[in-house]
Design a protein around this ligand. Sequence first.
Ligand SMILES: [Zn+2]
Length: 54
Amino acid sequence: VRSGWQAELEREGLAPVARSTPTNDGGEYPACPACGTAAPLADGACSDCGLQLE
Ligand SMILES: [Zn+2]
């Protein structure tokens, strides 16, 4: 018998394996709130759109 939450995940294509995305790992670069770019900061600013993040 499958539990409800597991069936729900499979129906939405979010099997437990797919949860290990690097974006929320904590050790990766934070995504820029403006453009969504997750890359090393350039002088404390987003290297893509230039938003100051630090
Ligand atoms: Zn940006």
